[in-house]
Design a protein around this ligand. Structure first.
Ligand code: PLP
Length: 432
């Protein structure tokens, strides 16, 4: 297993934030989601420090769907980030974490009327409009309130980024945004420009997730900037901002070559500066919306090994005390992970295992094939890089309790989400 952030081997086994996994299990129980605060801080600092220039302001908005909890969002706020939300629940969490409305970007392809009302009540200042009907939905509410907000229009630039390459799609069938290839889009822009309650800042695009090819982002930026030129010519307007979304690929397993943020962010900003100038555009601010790349490698899940089993055909199973309820990604889309026995890291890896959870579903496999020392009941299995899209996608399938989540740093741990109890589990049940 590749060690991330402050993870290191010691005589007490694996340490994170200078705390041993054994000690953390003792204190909090398992399954336990452990976030390495120092790694989150250094990732945030990278984005803020590298994505900046003399003429263009960079703004980094954390895509909170990757993992949203009040304690984590408070940390993101103190690190100087803004935040993306796409539901009342994500907004509520951001508000409790102390974000003011001017730091909140409201997304989503189907914003409900009551969600818009709640967002306006909370003073959210920026909305990303997904399609024409949302213009009317939002404008009607603003008219009633005599209130003006900033908007971006989400566009689909026809660049579909796959992990290693981008494809200029012939088909434009994404559920997100409006295609820049239809005449229709100009009439939507006209509507926005004609509405006194909407202040069009620019366009938003997000070309995919877990993208490894840096060229995809440059290509998308160029397409979007060409579109700005087109729009400004047609409407003789100047748009001050641009939002390029997230999607920066990270390391999960051997073979993944993640985006090198150190160089990439500066290069992207330099490219934008040049291309904006070349086109005579007035863009002064560019927003990025990283989710995974801020939190994925910082998070790990600690499980306790229960039974092991060798099947008739010779497959070795190692069972852990969680599974697809706390991390549905392997079952959803065959996501791969690395892991280690945190209490026996120095021992030779002798045995192939399939790591399976305890849920009643044959798809409840966390790792298909991994070499470990021969596992024993009570061992600690740490799965790394589980910081994004795991707890935020967790369920109570089989009525398992959702795990606790902690932040660790410099020998200190802090609980940010407590473990569910049986009473939490039935709190919505109507018991007669
Ligand atoms: C999901 C999403 C992001 C974050 O994507 P990552 O791959 O986690 O960086 C950013 N912007 C929008 C609009 C998204 O939907």
């Amino acid at each position: 297993m590749l060690l991330h952030g402050t993870q290191q081997e010691s005589s007490e086994g694996l340490m994170i934030g200078n705390l041993s996994c054994q000690g953390l299990k003792h204190r909090y129980g398992t399954p336990l989601i452990i976030y390495d605060q120092a790694l989150i801080e250094s990732q945030a600092a990278l984005f803020i420090q590298k994505f900046t220039s003399r003429t263009i302001q960079g703004e980094i908005a954390y895509a909170s769907k990757a993992f949203s909890a009040v304690g984590l969002l408070s940390l993101m706020r103190t690190l100087g980030l803004s935040v993306d939300v796409s539901s009342s629940g994500e907004l509520y969490t951001a508000v409790l974490a102390g974000f003011s409305g001017d730091k909140i970007y409201y997304h989503g392809n189907n914003k409900l009327p009551e969600e818009l009302d709640y967002a306006l009540d909370q003073g959210v200042s920026t909305f990303i409009i997904d399609h024409r009907q949302e213009v009317n939905l939002l404008a009607a509410r603003l008219e009633q309130r005599k209130q003006r907000v900033n908007v971006y229009l989400r566009i689909n630039p026809g660049i579909e980024a796959h992990t290693h390459e981008y494809i200029k799609t012939a088909k434009h069938d994404s559920k997100f945004g409006e295609s820049i290839f239809t005449e229709d889009i100009y009439s939507i822009i006209e509507e926005i420009l004609g509405c006194r309650w909407l202040d069009l800042q620019g366009f938003h695009s997000h070309i995919g997730s877990q993208i490894f090819a840096e060229s995809s982002f440059f290509k998308a930026a160029a397409e979007v900037l060409d579109f700005y030129v087109d729009v400004q010519k047609r409407f003789s307007c100047t748009l001050p901002s641009m939002d390029l979304g997230g999607g920066f690929g990270v390391y999960y397993t051997d073979g993944d070559v993640p985006i090198q943020l150190e160089s990439f962010l500066g290069n992207l900003m330099a490219y934008l500066e040049t291309e904006i100038k070349k086109r005579g555009l007035a863009i002064k601010k560019v927003v990025l919306e990283p989710g995974r790349s801020l939190v994925c490698n910082a998070g790990s899940t600690l499980y306790t090994v229960g039974g092991t089993k060798t099947t008739y055909s010779g497959k070795n199973y190692c069972f852990v005390d969680g599974g697809m309820s706390d991390n549905p990604r392997p079952a959803l889309y065959q996501a791969a992970y690395e892991a280690t026995l945190a209490n026996r890291m120095h021992e030779a890896m002798t045995t192939h295992y399939t790591i399976a959870g305890k849920l009643c579903e044959s798809g409840d496999i966390l790792i298909r094939d991994i070499m470990l020392p021969e596992a024993r009941s009570g061992d600690l299995l740490l799965v790394s890089s589980t910081g994004a899209y795991t707890y935020s996608m967790a369920s109570n399938y089989n009525r398992l309790l959702k795990p606790a989540v902690i932040l660790v740093k410099d020998g200190i741990s802090r609980l940010i989400v407590r473990r569910e109890t049986l009473d939490d589990l039935i709190r919505m049940d109507v018991v007669q």
